[in-house]
Design a protein around this ligand. Structure first.
Ligand code: PEP
Ligand code: MN
Length: 353
């Protein structure tokens, strides 16, 4: 693809290019307070959803057109560029008329070729940067297809945003990152700038910093981070928004590695392994929660914690099962003993309470 830079005048072309701002524009005060704070911390591009795609009706679906005026004020007062999500041709024309500098397609739009084509047609002849989020389902071709539709309408300043993929199990991530998909996108379209949106991947504040670091290590060009002056009061995505102060802290601690770039293959293998490790820890944490419940039960019925027959049974059953999975039975016995020991320790804690 013959793409042009999405870097607007005044933005340093260094990694990461940062886009920050609230999930949604809620009130003029909230938008401006957050914008002033992020601008004072050096952020050059401000995000805010004006039209919000919500899973169920009845929730806050965005302020709509009126909020575009607030974004205009953000531009005038802070000098930041502003970006918002567009999901149909009316959004495109209103956003362009309001002078929105960068448009983005949300995950629920990218998934729908009719909607993407409608937006592409509305953008024909316009030169505005467009960021295309991945579709909610893990379908790389659909993501590339959306990028091609925008490109086919003559737009050249295009970038991708990786925001993770929907999953039924939301315990570890709200939208698991499945890093191999954006890695493959980079292989297919090497000159396409790529942003990572750790907020929608994580779904909670605590994981945003580590996801941002992973994105940097995978050579992403930028980050889109949901930032709110008062995250706890946010009208949408409250648990995943961070304060401007936390954003600054996160950005200061990011390590940008560039020399001796490991090969794509090595990166992919490492990241798949890291994901499995996180999965193992997640399962272990759930097992320990069950131990606590077991402790409560034993306490209530005056049962002893350690029942040696049960203990030997667990170890041997796992060792045998491990063999069917090509795991060394000695390794499995050792690991299960450690896990069991920790489980006993937790049950004792429960008994002592
Ligand atoms: C958003 O950026 O607030 C949003 C709605 O994201 P996504 O399309 O990734 O769900
Ligand atoms: Mn959001």
């Amino acid at each position: 693809m013959d793409l042009e830079s999405i870097i607007l005048p005044g933005i340093a072309p260094a990694r990461p290019v940062v886009i920050a701002g609230p999930c949604s524009a809620e009130t003029e005060e909230q938008v401006l307070a957050t914008a002033r704070d992020v601008a004072a911390r050096g952020i050059k591009i401000f995000r805010s959803g004006v039209w919000k795609p919500r899973t169920k009706p009845g929730g806050f679906e965005g302020i709509g057109t009126a909020a575009l005026d607030w974004l205009k004020r953000v531009k005038q007062e802070t000098g930041m560029y502003v970006t918002t999500e567009v999901a149909n041709r009316e959004h495109v024309s209103e956003a362009l008329e309001a002078g929105i500098d960068i448009l983005w397609l949300g995950a629920r739009t990218t998934v729908n070729p009719f909607a993407v084509q409608e937006i592409a047609d509305a953008l024909r002849g316009v030169d505005v940067p467009v960021l295309v989020k991945n579709p909610i389902n893990p379908d790389l071709e659909l993501w590339i297809g959306a990028i091609e539709r925008i490109y086919g309408a003559g737009l050249r300043r295009i970038a991708a945003i990786h925001r993770g993929f929907s999953s039924y199990d939301r315990r570890t991530y709200r939208n698991p990152p499945m890093w191999h998909i954006p890695i493959e996108l980079r292989r297919r379209i090497p000159n396409l700038p790529m942003f990572c949106d750790p907020s929608h991947i994580a779904g909670k504040q605590s994981r945003i910093a580590s996801l941002s670091q992973q994105a940097m290590d995978l050579q992403f060009d930028g980050l889109v981070v949901e930032t709110h002056a008062h995250p706890e009061d946010a009208w949408s995505d409250s648990s995943q928004q961070i304060t401007p102060e936390a954003l600054e802290h996160l950005l200061r601690r990011l390590i940008i590695r560039s020399a001796n770039r490991p090969s794509q293959r090595l990166l992919e293998l490492r990241y798949r392994m890291d994901q499995i490790d996180e999965g193992i820890l997640d399962l272990l944490a759930r097992r320990m929660q069950l131990s606590d419940e077991l402790g409560e039960y034993k306490k209530a019925y005056d049962m002893p914690i350690l029942q040696t027959t049960r203990y030997s049974e667990i170890i041997e059953r796992c060792a045998e099962f491990g063999v069917t999975l090509d795991l060394d039975p000695e390794f499995v016995r050792k690991m299960m003993k450690d896990i069991h020991e920790e489980s006993i320790r937790r049950q004792m804690d429960v008994m002592d309470q």
